[in-house]
Design a protein around this ligand. Structure first.
Ligand SMILES: [Zn+2]
Ligand SMILES: [Zn+2]
Length: 354
């Protein structure tokens, strides 16, 4: 690659004494010897004059400016001067003050600075992302609707928009690729046109399940449901309904499947299981009967289950060896409780947003 791709405007007040400036110069010399036409200034005023003298840019520009302390070197007027007529200049603010003070960072982001950093390494990394955007090809037929730069390929546009315009206000516009109306062009571009496949970004369903390990203190028996269809013994519990709290689902399902009113006393485990068709969240609660003297399990079969019963750990082991458990989970949890495993407080599940 021998042709110049970008105008690179450097605004640094104390050039020779600044270690970062020297590091940047060294980086440009060793890694990017041909890509940039460098314009170097020591005051904001000179840089503004230069920027304003360019009437019709033939190349994209990158500006790197250091935040000075006095009027001469303050970056603000330069940024305002650039943004008053273009959005396609990539502006990097090199400033430890802005990196460490949220108000300053916020105000420069609002002015239209694309990137704020206090080290040179990220500048090098962003150069590597920017360079392919300045190499037009026969496929470069799309304009950016934010900055009006005319010649991007689809791939370039999908890199350009989040890099350059991620901090801009949402705006409603007709997509120039599919002609459909959009109210957030950047998101639309990412979701509908990004050449990379993003299966992760597709919002899929999340199903939540509450399961219950319920122990009766007086005889250390555990409550199991005999599932319909001869599926075997299993923990009471089921799917959380729309608008329902996790704990309410646990209580409801235990009453429906096992006929026992319970009091939840803790949480044994929170599981999240991502799958390709849906994600699953499972909460395993620990509970005791609401009334130890009135906790006869359900005996009349219905849609929910065949019935339920109280089992000792030893009986559960036997059921397991005879293939009468739907899976090993009851055995695992009953053993865990018998061996005094940790029970987390119910308060780890919050019902409210902070
Ligand atoms: Zn743009
Ligand atoms: Zn579209």
């Amino acid at each position: 690659m021998s042709s110049v791709l970008f105008d690179l405007i450097l605004v640094w007040s104390s050039q020779e004494s600044d270690a970062d400036y020297l590091e940047l110069q060294n980086l440009l010399k060793t890694e990017f010897p041909n890509e940039f036409l460098i314009h170097s200034f020591t005051t904001t005023k000179q840089a503004i004059e230069h920027v304003q003298s360019i009437k019709k840019p033939s190349r994209l520009s990158i500006v790197i400016t250091k935040l000075g302390t006095n009027e001469e070197t303050s970056s603000k007027p330069l940024i305002e001067a650039i943004r008053s007529h273009d959005k396609h200049t990539f502006i990097i603010l090199h400033s430890c003050t802005a990196c460490r003070d949220p108000n300053i960072r916020w105000s420069f982001a609002s002015l239209g600075v694309n990137m704020i950093t206090e080290t040179i390494k990220p500048i090098r990394d962003v150069f590597q992302q920017l360079i392919p955007l300045a190499q037009p090809s026969s496929k470069s037929k799309y304009a950016c609707l934010y900055c009006k730069w005319p010649s991007f390929s689809l791939e370039q546009l999908c890199i350009h928009v989040p890099l350059y315009h991620t901090n801009e206000q949402e705006f409603s516009v007709k997509c120039n690729l599919c002609q459909r109306p959009t109210h957030n062009y950047a998101v639309h571009l990412h979701d509908e046109h990004s050449p990379e496949q993003h299966p992760r970004s597709i919002a899929g369903p999340l199903y939540a399940f509450s399961l219950v390990v319920c122990r009766r203190k007086r005889d250390n028996c555990f409550l199991v449901v005999q599932e319909s269809g001869s599926m075997g013994f299993w923990l009471p519990g089921g799917r959380v309904e729309l608008g329902e709290q996790l704990d309410k689902a646990a209580e409801r399902e235990t009453l429906e499947e096992a006929g026992v009113k319970i009091r939840l006393t803790g949480v044994l485990k929170i599981e999240f299981i991502p799958r390709s068709d849906s994600n699953r969240l499972r909460i395993i609660f620990f509970a005791e009967p609401a009334d130890e003297n009135d906790c006869e399990p359900k005996t009349i079969p219905d849609y929910e289950s065949y019935g339920a019963m109280w089992l000792t750990y030893e009986q559960t082991v036997q059921c397991s060896t005879q293939g009468q458990l739907r899976g090993n989970e009851p055995l695992k949890w009953f053993k865990y409780i018998a061996q005094d495993g940790i029970i987390h407080p119910l308060s780890i599940l919050s019902k409210n947003e902070l």
